[in-house]
Design a protein around this ligand. Structure first.
Ligand SMILES: [Zn+2]
Length: 281
């Protein structure tokens, strides 16, 4: 296991934030961390920082900041293994939901544990606090996948592919079973109410009654593709979808046919048949 260098310190607010000096593996993140924290200096007064190989964590409380650098680095390496290149990001840990909302605006933080920007991950502290250690690793890896795949700039991709791929990477090394992860969807299947289609963008929105199921369905769609066609084809599908235009419907059907040789309808049928085999056993 590679040596994880995690350095911990305290930020001092004197005009600009004083971030770590010296030579650390995460030093290339210092300029963006300075720029990002300067956007909301009031939020980061007295904050702590912890530096990993691929992440720089800023925020409070100090214990949480220190704890996050190592699992976030592991997440970055998982992203690199799947996506083909490492991802570097500043991880922001504000003290309150209101601060997280200010950092994320215009994106909404309602119901989320964390969210990704172009070069950063923003933790929503109350949602994050409800997660187990394993759940936190999954969420951070999910968000780092969004950073690596430039999700903030690829809004034309189908939501099931964006969220499903991020969860596919997020859950890879989690050791969690599909039945445990997809508990809400399993309950729907047991109640004789399976989904009829891949989840669309509205299903993932804050306040959607099927938001939990939407994430579970999207994750299992990507897991199904990886199991049937191989992880490299799943990545090829994602990359091809990024290259297509902004036409989500027609676009993804063509990309599926070109990269996997199946239509959206065929994928949907196969995925629906796959769901009970992995979450009800
Ligand atoms: Zn996501």
């Amino acid at each position: 296991m590679p040596l994880i260098r995690v350095l911990i310190g305290a930020l001092v607010l004197i005009g600009l934030l004083v971030l770590p000096a010296g030579s650390g593996p995460g030093d290339r993140l210092l300029p963006s961390a300075r720029a990002i924290t300067a956007e909301h200096p009031d939020i980061w007064a007295g904050a702590s920082w912890a530096r990993g190989e691929h992440v720089l964590v800023v925020g409070r409380p100090r214990g949480l900041v220190a704890e996050l650098a190592a699992p976030a680095d592991r997440g970055s390496r998982t992203v690199a293994r799947v996506w083909g290149r490492p991802v570097d990001a500043v991880i922001l840990v504000p003290a309150t939901t209101e601060q997280a909302a200010a950092l994320a605006a215009p994106a909404r933080v309602t119901g989320l544990a964390a969210l990704a920007g172009v070069d950063r991950v923003i933790v929503e502290p109350s949602g994050f606090a409800r997660l187990s250690a394993a759940g936190r690793r999954v969420v951070i890896t999910h968000e780092l996948t969004h950073v690596a795949t430039d999700a903030a700039a690829t809004g034309h991709l189908p939501a099931w592919l964006v969220e499903g791929f991020a969860d596919y990477v997020g859950y890879l090394d989690s050791g969690l079973t599909a039945g445990a992860v997809a508990a809400e969807l399993a309950a729907d299947l047991r109640a004789g109410a399976p989904p009829r289609a891949l989840p669309d963008r509205a299903d993932f929105a804050a306040g959607s009654p099927r938001r939990a199921q939407a994430y579970e369905e999207a994750w299992l769609a990507c897991r199904y593709i990886a199991e049937r066609f191989g992880e490299r084809r799943l990545v090829a599908l994602y990359r091809a979808a990024m290259r297509t235009g902004r036409d989500g419907g027609e676009g993804i059907d063509g990309v599926l046919r070109a990269t996997l040789g199946i239509s959206t309808a065929e994928l949907t049928r196969s995925w629906l048949a796959y769901l009970p085999t992995v979450i009800l056993r």
